[in-house]
Design a protein around this ligand. Structure first.
Ligand code: ZN
Length: 96
């Protein structure tokens, strides 16, 4: 089961998406830099049981939408500052 997919067909962009069951939508991360200010992540290129570092935060300044997670070997660990009710839980990744 592939849980990490390219965001678009431009492989050079190296932007990847995965489904977040806490938010019920997709989030993304980058592994190369198009612009100097873009944040970068390290991904082990395993798209079945991926590990991504560091943690990913969506809407970090908005407590009503914030989603903060770590991905280790295909498991999403939700941090305590998530807005949704999966905060503090560990859940296996799902297909998009
Ligand atoms: Zn989320």
């Amino acid at each position: 089961m592939v849980v990490v997919l390219p965001l678009n067909d431009n492989a050079e962009e190296e932007t990847w998406t995965f489904f977040c069951p806490g938010c019920g939508c997709s989030h993304f991360f980058r592994t190369n830099r198009c612009r100097e200010e873009d944040p970068l992540w390290i991904w082990d290129k395993d798209n079945v049981l991926p590990t991504v570092f560091p943690s990913i935060t969506v809407f970090p300044r908005d407590p009503k939408r914030c989603c903060h997670l770590s991905i280790t070997k295909g498991i999403i660990h939700y941090h305590e500052d998530c807005h949704h009710n999966m905060r503090g839980l560990e859940v296996p990744m799902e297909e998009e």
